[in-house]
Design a protein around this ligand. Structure first.
Ligand SMILES: [Mn+2]
Length: 394
């Protein structure tokens, strides 16, 4: 099943196979009449301006039928390419014998054309609480543990379970805002270890990015109908860095596949305002690494943990908050990826949440320290600066 999912999400829109054209002068311009009981059908094929009801009537006459005895009841048209390459039209005109039941019958084609797609304008759930879905470190492309198939299936499954949990939490809280935090390292990439991970990364860079984009798209389509406001934020992880020079020098700090994937999804969403007008997307400003936004009165900051030494998240946060120009001094909640294990911490009213990785293990880490991962994501309910409800979803 996971193999199928991998194949499905890697699928790309390749051009259709075009069979070599067989020309048939006989077929390129024809008229045909069929009479069944009280119904006559005349098919006329040819250049567009010659395929008319008059041509069909003329053909009825040519076949020995009196046009005055027949009433036109409908037509169905299609286009085709003629031998000379021009667009031709093929139209089937139907006639009913004057005075017959067929002539009195309403035209079904016209009636069916009235059945149009209808978009209901239902009200998406409202409320003053926020529901946060935080995840990261899929590192799509890596062979470690259960590999890309396992990580992909788990990520989609955890997002679906999070959507189910939203219904459960609605029993207790009015949730009007769903926020999905993509916390970096969505792809394995080839830059972060100077290419040393190449052999253990069988997917190409674009395949890794494609999986990320389609997983984000899945989250969008899953959660969009479920709240009056949906937001998604993404921050750059070290694995998502687009370019490194000689293993060290980077381009701008915002130059990241982790965030560009979300930008692509935002572009796609903008094409369907009916479905996604209430959805907003956030990535860091130019040359920045963090996103800070309000979720139901809680100021939520996002960062990837490669910016601090393990365990030093509050020290880093304090340093950032010392900068008067930084929104970090207002943050109530910091969401971060990178260190692959669940870690919830608090300091006064401020909360730190680090969801586990979505990948099952780092094999390098297991050989070094012995432990595998305990993959999953974390959902949380927040309001007015407090994020008291947190749950790991596996
Ligand atoms: Mn990382």
């Amino acid at each position: 099943m996971s193999d199928d999912l991998l194949k499905e999400l890697l699928d790309k829109p390749v051009g259709p196979e075009i069979p070599a054209r067989k020309t048939n002068p006989e077929r390129d311009f024809t008229k045909q009449v069929e009479v069944t009981g009280d119904v006559a059908a005349v098919t006329v094929r040819g250049p567009q301006d010659e395929v008319t009801e008059e041509a069909a009537v003329a053909h009825l006459r040519a076949q020995g039928l009196d046009p005055a005895a027949w009433v036109a009841t409908g037509f169905r048209s299609s286009e085709w390419t003629m031998a000379n390459g021009d667009v031709g039209t093929s139209t089937r005109f139907t006639f009913a014998r004057q005075g017959s039941a067929e002539a009195e019958r309403p035209n079904l084609d016209e009636l069916v054309a009235e059945i149009k797609t209808y978009m209901p304008s239902y009200v998406r759930p409202q409320g003053d609480h926020g529901f946060i879905v935080s995840l990261g470190d899929m590192q799509f492309g890596k062979i470690d543990g259960d590999g890309v198939e396992g990580t992909l299936a788990r990520t989609v499954d955890c997002l679906n379970k999070a959507a189910d949990l939203l219904y459960a939490y609605r029993e207790r809280f009015d949730i009007g805002h769903v926020h999905i935090a993509w916390l970096g390292d969505h792809i394995e990439g080839f830059q972060s270890q100077g290419g040393a991970n190449v052999w253990r990364t069988p997917l190409t860079l674009n395949e890794q990015i494609r999986l990320t984009r389609r997983v984000m798209l899945h989250a969008l389509t899953t959660f969009a109908p479920l709240a009056e406001r949906l937001t998604m934020a993404a921050v750059p992880g070290n694995h998502g860095e687009a370019v490194r020079f000689a293993g060290k020098g980077i381009t701008r700090y915002d130059d990241s596949h982790d965030t560009e994937s979300l930008i692509a999804v935002a572009d796609a969403a903008s094409l369907n305002p009916e479905a996604f007008r209430h959805v907003e997307f956030f990535v860091p400003q130019t040359d920045e690494l963090t996103v800070v936004l309000d979720v139901a009165g809680t100021v939520v900051a996002h960062a990837h943990g490669h910016q601090w030494r393990p365990g030093k998240h509050f020290d880093w946060w304090k340093g950032q908050a010392f900068n008067k120009a930084s929104a970090m001094h207002q943050a109530d909640l910091l969401l971060a990826g990178h260190l692959h294990h669940e870690h919830v911490d608090s300091d006064g009213p401020r909360t730190f949440i680090q969801p586990p990785a979505m990948e099952s293990e780092s094999t390098w880490w297991r050989h070094r320290k012995g432990t595998t991962g305990a993959p999953g994501l974390i959902v949380a309910v927040t309001k007015d600066g407090r994020t008291d409800i947190k749950e790991v979803v596996r």
